[in-house]
Design a binder for this molecule. Structure first.
Ligand SMILES: [Zn+2]
Length: 389
């Protein structure tokens, strides 16, 4: 079906940047945790013909996501067009500087600036935001007058149109997002869409396993449907994914709070920003943690000690985290610590229920999951500033 042409060009201003909404159907897909290896494996197997075509006729490259490379951090960065210094979103789990309590950030109250989605809706676009996990739905739909739904808690009206909601720990939870988005675009209920998937499959399977290839093939099919509707599409990811195990297949982990307290004394807290209500994927083990110290005098000795530990690749004090990682000064703790490609960092063993993991640990959060695939089905610039080629 032809998409109606929008006659008036719309320009919106969001967080100091201009966006031209000059295309009648704009779709951004965040393929959660979809390291380029997953796309590449499916393309090599001939199972991703649409992405392959986008790469040839449009654009394929890598983009730099924000650090720490976690879901909330980068979904917020994508929908606002700004780094964590401005979004205030530094992880799924933080120490609230106002109360000193450890809290989940699964709420729009933690998002400090406005979204492109809200601005587009205000400018008259029919915005739809569809996520897999319900935690993201509320956060990203902040102040947005449009459709916002998740496949996890799909409302009855969308179930009537695209079928019953899937299990959240499944590839179908993501494919349902794409199917719902395609239905909203096809029916004309939405013309400006943000579709955010979940990374259960990438956490559970290596890129060349059949389950992973089938999953990317499923994503590819829906991208093809959106392309046929005439959508201008960008498909990217919030972070990559790596196998975090030693050669025997066991998780390669440093329990940093245990190590630091043993050496430097009580009162040191290590927060794992990957912690969220959905722990089956990763046991709350990722490749970035935030260290809070009882005494600022400990910062330098602890930083020096951390740099000597195998698996630890970067140690940033507050100044360095603000300058190099673009983190907000009040939320980055005393030290931000990243681990290497094959390593994760935990808190203490009792905080991590590894028995819940399905298969070997695959996770993210560090520098090695920072670069993500970036596909456009059009030639060039980016989605809201696209040249009308
Ligand atoms: Zn993610």
């Amino acid at each position: 079906m032809a998409v109606p042409r929008i006659e008036t060009e719309m320009k919106i201003d969001v967080n100091g940047r201009e966006y031209w909404l000059d295309h009648p159907l704009l779709v951004v897909v965040c393929m959660d945790g979809c390291a380029d290896e997953y796309i590449d494996a499916a393309m090599s197997a001939g199972r991703a013909p649409n992405l392959t075509r986008f790469g040839a006729e449009g654009w394929r490259s890598m983009a730099r996501a924000c650090l720490p490379s976690f879901t909330n951090v980068n979904n917020c960065a994508i929908v606002t067009g700004t780094p964590p210094a401005q979004t205030g979103m530094v992880g799924n789990y933080i120490l609230d500087p106002k109360t000193g309590n450890e809290v989940m950030t699964n709420s729009s109250q933690w998002l400090r600036n406005g979204t492109i989605l809200a601005a587009a809706a205000k400018a008259g676009r029919k915005v739809a935001m569809v996520t897999a996990k319900d935690k993201l739905r509320e956060m990203l739909s902040k102040d947005c007058d449009g459709i916002a739904l998740s496949s996890e808690k799909a409302p009855e009206w969308i179930e009537k149109r695209v079928g019953a909601k899937p299990e959240i720990y499944s590839g179908d939870a993501s494919l349902y997002v794409l199917e719902a988005g395609t239905e909203l675009a096809r029916s004309g209920d939405a013309d400006f869409l943000y579709l955010s998937l979940t990374d259960y499959i990438q956490h559970s399977y290596a890129p060349d396993e059949p389950e992973a290839i089938d999953f990317v093939a499923g994503i590819d099919t829906w991208l093809g449907e959106l392309d046929r509707l005439g959508a201008r599409i960008v498909a990217t990811a919030d972070h990559g994914m790596n196998h975090k195990c030693d050669p025997s297949g066991g998780p390669q982990v440093r329990f940093l709070e245990s190590e630091l307290v043993a050496k430097f004394g009580d009162g040191i807290r290590v927060l794992c920003p990957i912690t969220d209500p959905y722990v089956v994927h990763h046991g709350a083990l990722g490749s970035a943690v935030v260290v809070h110290l009882p005494d600022p005098g400990l910062t330098e000795p602890i930083a020096q000690f951390l740099r000597t530990l195998p698996g630890i690749t970067e140690v940033h004090d507050r100044d360095s985290a603000v300058r190099q990682l673009e983190l907000p000064n009040d939320l980055c703790g005393d030290l931000t610590v990243l681990s290497g490609r094959d390593w994760v960092i935990g808190r203490r063993p009792e905080y991590h229920d590894l028995a819940q993991l399905h298969g070997e640990l695959r996770s993210h959060g560090g520098r090695y999951e920072e670069m993500v695939p970036f596909f456009c089905n059009f030639r060039f610039e980016f989605v809201c500033n696209g040249a009308s080629a």
